[in-house]
Design a protein around this ligand. Structure first.
Ligand code: COA
Length: 332
């Protein structure tokens, strides 16, 4: 191990979305809602839904293969796989182990990380430390979510918001002073009750009663999450820039968590960014929790909106409550 930290960055990205689309009009057949309400309050028009047979590891595997191909990295070269998810295939083993097997990443350690919608940024931060300190050379970060399987389709407050998808990033050493410039992570467990699945864990194990009460589905206090998100997204964006020794003026592009256009707009305005400097795809996919940012990043790079040398900011908030932001000097 070297005593000088190495610069670490993303050297390949991939994403995967199920084909099946659920429009706002489809949801009007399930709950008392309208296209106009959903679009004006959230910005979402449609979202993707995995099939009955598909689980998080299936979506994550496809995204991972694409990221590896983009990075020109073979599965045997991966030292560590971190999967950010709140919709794992099962409690254990980790979804990361299932992806490790299916990829044939025989030399990789593997574990899952639970930080909800902030999970991808948390995983980038954790994964990059192993490379910075010389412990590993190649880390695969996957964020995979099948939110449609944990949604209560009778709850109009929440079922309109979420969709399924996966994104992946390959991390390796990059040229000095490029790649990740700063991370800002945080949590406030006093807000745990605002967004949770109440039953199925060791606090309230599954029983007939918990199933009948629909306690295995996501429960959310939308207003509280909204207020928290609007404040936190702006605050931690500025903090991450400061940590990197930069200001809002240095920022080229923002890739925020895709939960609500009103939340994203508040963050954009706080940073003084033009609308075309922010990537938004939640109109097509809804909120895919940890997978939203890597999918958005992957699309923004593929479309040429992010170029080598650009300063970009990732910022997310989620259940926990958790939050995370990252400043990156794009290295490829
Ligand atoms: N269709 C129609 N009406 C709906 C509705 C729906 N799908 N969902 C809620 N409503 C109703 C409410 O019942 C309420 O009616 P009432 O005034 O008669 O009680 C009214 O619309 C306003 O509800 P409110 O919750 O105040 O709306 P809002 O403007 O705060 O928007 C959210 C609701 C959920 C879109 C918004 O709070 C939000 O985006 N919160 C953040 C959620 C989030 O990002 N979660 C994931 C975190 S990673």
């Amino acid at each position: 191990m070297s005593s000088n930290p190495r610069s670490v960055g993303i050297v390949g990205l991939g994403s995967w979305l199920p084909d099946n689309k659920i429009s706002n009009y489809d949801l009007m057949k399930l709950v008392d809602t309208s296209d106009e309400w959903i679009l004006s309050r959230t910005g979402i028009s449609e979202r993707r839904k995995a099939s009955e047979q598909e689980a998080a590891s299936d979506l994550g595997l496809m995204a991972a293969r694409r990221a590896l191909a983009a990075a020109n990295v073979r599965p045997e070269e991966i030292d560590l796989i971190i999967v950010a998810t709140i919709t794992p295939d099962m409690f254990f083993p980790a979804t990361a182990c299932l992806i490790q097997k299916n990829l044939g990443a025989i030399n990789a350690a593997a574990f899952d990380l639970s930080a909800a919608c902030s999970g991808f940024i948390y995983a980038l931060s954790v994964g990059s430390q192993f490379i910075a300190n010389g412990h590993y050379d190649t880390v695969l970060v996957v964020a995979a979510e099948v939110m449609t399987k944990i949604i209560n389709w009778e709850d109009r407050n929440s079922c309109i918001l979420f969709g399924d998808g996966a994104g992946a990033a390959v991390l390796q050493p990059v040229a000095k002073d490029s790649g990740f410039l700063s991370f800002e992570l945080g949590a406030d467990g006093t807000g745990a009750e605002y967004l949770q699945i109440p039953a199925g864990g060791s606090r309230k194990p599954a029983s007939l009663e918990t199933v009948l009460n629909k306690e295995h589905f996501l429960k959310m206090n939308g207003n509280e999450v909204f207020k928290f998100a609007v404040k936190k997204m702006g605050d931690i964006s500025v903090k991450a820039l400061e940590k990197a020794g930069l200001t809002e003026e240095d920022l080229d592009y923002l890739v925020p968590h895709q939960a609500n256009t009103r939340i994203i707009d508040a963050a954009r305005k706080r940073l003084g960014l033009a609308e075309d400097k922010v990537y938004i795809n939640l109109d097509k996919y809804g909120n895919m929790s940890s997978a939203s940012i890597p999918i958005a990043l992957s699309e923004a790079v593929a479309k040429g909106y992010i170029q080598k040398g650009n300063i970009i900011l990732l910022v997310a908030f989620g259940a926990g409550l958790t939050w995370g932001s990252a400043v990156i000097k794009w290295a490829i």
